[in-house]
Design a protein around this ligand. Structure first.
Ligand SMILES: [Zn+2]
Length: 268
């Protein structure tokens, strides 16, 4: 991992050159940790008790800072992360330094999906866009867990398929849909994952995520704000009329929601 700036929930000095997240504590099978923090990750919460006990023994609770690079394209994946809060962006990066977001991971998911297939390197960049926390698992331990815990393995494969579906849709969206439609779609996806309508997002970040110019984001945010769908201040976007924002967003949001829900209704 590069430029890693993970910090502890507890106020302890943070090593500037640290390249690995610092451990807070090993978790026990419960919906809350020793510090009173609830487990929000939906994959972990879905595990039967028999597996949860095994899995939690291998997890470390770490905080994710804003803009923290979790991994770069080509990096060796030393760990996987069950995202518990905040948002991790999956980015496609080009040789000229430009990047565009192709996926989002929140409390519903897991970062490090190549590990599930036995691959050990990252195919994309991942950064924490909205600060939060995650349960980290060492790659080697995860390989063992996947053999021991069939529900964990199935849930991670299912999430992998949902991410593939979303990435495919977002790729088409980035090519075909207008900036204000994509901004609406992206804000809704973020709000779903953090569970709040107020999002700590800068204009620069929005432009980077949408793969467009900052001036285009300013115009798009202005259109949505003027229509009474969002309020936008420096460093914060709030959704004030979600129903109308869903209508203003491109169809991609609804398509992804519908497909994910259809799969989640399936047995397993
Ligand atoms: Zn779209």
């Amino acid at each position: 991992m590069r430029n890693q700036t993970l910090s502890l929930f507890r106020k302890e000095p943070m090593a500037k050159s640290s390249t690995r997240p610092q451990i807070i504590r090993t978790r026990r099978p419960s919906n809350s940790d020793g510090d009173g923090n609830h487990v929000n990750n939906q994959i972990l919460l879905s595990l039967p008790n028999s597996e949860r006990e095994i899995v939690f023994d291998s997890l470390e609770f770490v905080r994710l800072s804003a803009n923290q690079v979790m991994h770069e394209t080509g990096d060796t994946l030393k760990s996987g992360y069950f995202c518990d809060s905040g948002i991790i962006s999956i980015l496609s990066v080009f040789s000229d330094g430009k990047s565009v977001e192709v996926g989002l991971v929140g409390k519903e998911g897991f970062l490090g999906l190549p590990l599930i297939a036995g691959f050990r390197t990252a195919g994309t960049r991942a950064t924490a866009q909205i600060p939060g926390a995650a349960f980290r698992v060492d790659s080697d331990k995860l390989a063992v867990l996947l053999r021991q815990c069939p529900t964990l393995e199935r849930k991670l494969h299912q999430f992998s398929q949902i991410m593939t579906m979303e990435t495919t849709q977002i790729a088409a969206c980035n090519r075909l849909h207008e900036v204000e439609e994509r901004l609406g779609r992206w804000l809704l996806m973020c709000a779903d994952r953090v569970g709040t309508s107020s999002l700590p997002l800068t204009q620069e970040l929005l432009a980077q995520m949408l793969g467009t110019r900052r001036s285009s984001v300013t115009v798009a945010a202005g259109i949505l704000q003027k229509a009474g769908l969002i309020t936008y201040t420096r460093g914060n976007v709030s959704i004030v009329n979600r129903t109308k924002l869903e209508s203003a967003a491109c169809e991609c949001y609804e398509l992804m929601q519908r497909q994910a829900k259809a799969w989640q209704r399936s047995p397993g």
